[in-house]
Write a protein that binds this ligand. Structure first.
Ligand code: EPZ
Length: 425
């Protein structure tokens, strides 16, 4: 298994290209199953999760062609998706590797009226139920039974529109219901819908495919079903979590970087939170300029649905707070177990105490390099960030977690001055 070595103490300076968003790419790929015409996606990041989703969609019989692009370059990579569905089962051995596999459920039901999708099971950060996905689809006429660890869903008479109120603004439930509604008979109103920029990107792509959707960017989506969707080409939105990650890298290492493709309005509360911590982020043309002004100050933060502070940036921000002056209380409101990076940061000398869903971080003068273990995608990258500020060498093991969601992160950081390398294990 590969590992990443980081030797701390070097400030960052230069430009970093932000890739297409992982969490937009995955639902956009399953949107390609809504039509046998071809959906062309550009600016697709080169990630393990994209390869897993390509394999999943292909085994449903839908062709996924890969074209062009270079790793870490800003030309991204182009996928072309489309074709008839010949298999409606999403098997456990693929779904267990990537929870976003559940996003084939809505398209399968909408397109062919049946689906047998393995329950994703939990993951490191929580039980991750899908009850809101299933309840919404049932309101649209799907008959759903669970057996043998699988969701068996049928809509023999097709799906019909419904008024659905989500008790929680679930990103995945919003995406599954939205995609199903584009081909349902009649109008669907989805209230308390998630408003993450990835949802807006999915709405824009579906409209380009001929869907009739109103309310993009708001928590109320109104969808008029149509008979079929047609071919389209869509450029995937820049990854706001990758953007937040590299902003935290500049914060913890010091210096200033320009994040090419980053969008201020997609960072939500990250901007104000980092500003309070002593890091300035400004839009500079089609890039974001990130600069640590003086020292870092402890700031409290609570993770919330967009535009609140994103849960996917909580681990990265905690690494920054570990070396800030003063204390910080970080509260994780979205997932029930998203503090696996705490014991590893503590091994590097961080002073962190977890009380339920809150972690009290007391800044220390300096972290020390150590052997640490990646446990999930965002925890992995928070350890690399900590290594940028640590004295000595940090070895991050099990970086396959990292490869699920970050393209060439060590190369991007090395290009702006970090002393970092990947070692094949
Ligand atoms: C998406 O996961 C993202 N994944 C996650 O990113 C992200 O952390 C999350 O949204 C929140 O922003 C993708 O987009 C592929 P949710 P998702 O449904 O859709 C509960 C990363 O690191 N819930 O908004 O699974 C759930 O347990 C990943 O890139 C239900 O109870 O998130 C969780 O506590 C991690 N029932 C909360 O809602 C349901 O039916 C948020 O879940 C669905 C969700």
């Amino acid at each position: 298994m590969d590992k990443i070595l980081v030797r701390g103490g070097r400030p960052l300076s230069g430009d970093i290209v932000i890739g297409g968003a992982k969490n937009a790419s995955l639902p956009l790929m399953t949107a390609g199953m809504l039509t046998d015409a071809r959906l062309t996606l550009t600016n697709v990041p080169r990630l393990a999760d994209i390869a897993t989703m390509s394999a999943l969609i292909s085994q449903h019989g839908v062709a996924v062609e890969v074209r062009g692009g270079t790793v870490g370059g800003n030309d991204g990579r182009t996928l072309s998706i489309g074709g008839a569905i010949s298999n409606t089962e999403a098997p456990y051995d693929i779904v267990r590797k990537m929870r976003a596999s559940i996003l084939v459920l809505g398209p399968l039901l909408a397109r062919v009226g049946e689906a047998r999708v393995s329950l994703p099971g939990g993951c490191a950060i929580g039980t991750r139920p899908i009850d809101l996905h299933l309840k919404g689809l049932e309101q649209m006429g799907a008959e759903i039974a669970l057996d043998g660890g699988y969701v068996n869903a049928k809509a023999p008479r097709g799906l019909h529109g419904a008024t659905i109120v989500l008790p929680f603004a679930s990103v995945g439930a919003t995406e599954n219901i939205l995609m199903a509604a584009t081909l349902a008979d009649g109008q669907t109103v989805l209230a308390n819908a998630a408003r993450e920029p990835e949802i807006g990107d999915l709405v824009a792509c579906l409209i380009a495919m001929g869907a009739r959707i109103e309310g993009a960017g708001t928590d109320r989506l109104t969808i008029e079903g149509v008979k079929r969707l047609h071919a389209a080409t869509h450029e995937i939105v820049a990854d706001r979590i990758e953007t937040a990650t590299f902003a935290c890298a500049a914060a913890i290492a010091g210096g200033s970087v320009r994040l090419l493709g980053g969008r201020l309005e997609h960072l939500g509360a990250v901007v104000s939170t980092l500003a309070q911590a002593g890091v300035e982020i400004t839009q500079d043309g089609d890039a974001l300029a990130v600069r640590r002004l003086n020292g870092l100050h402890g700031v409290d933060a609570m993770t919330e649905p967009y535009p609140g502070f994103p849960t996917d940036a909580q681990a990265q921000f905690m690494a920054v707070m570990a070396v800030a002056e003063g204390a910080s209380m970080l509260t994780e409101n979205i997932f029930e177990n998203r503090f696996m990076h705490v014991p590893e940061l503590t091994r590097m000398g961080a002073n962190i105490n977890v009380h339920g869903s809150s972690a009290i971080v007391r800044g220390v003068l300096r972290l020390s390099g150590a052997q640490v273990m990646a446990t999930d995608l965002r925890a992995s990258v928070s350890l690399i960030l900590a290594g940028l500020a640590a004295q000595g060498e940090t070895t991050v093991n099990r970086v396959y977690h990292l490869d699920r969601g970050y393209e060439a992160v060590e190369r991007k950081l090395a290009a702006v001055g970090a002393d970092i390398e990947r070692v094949a294990g």
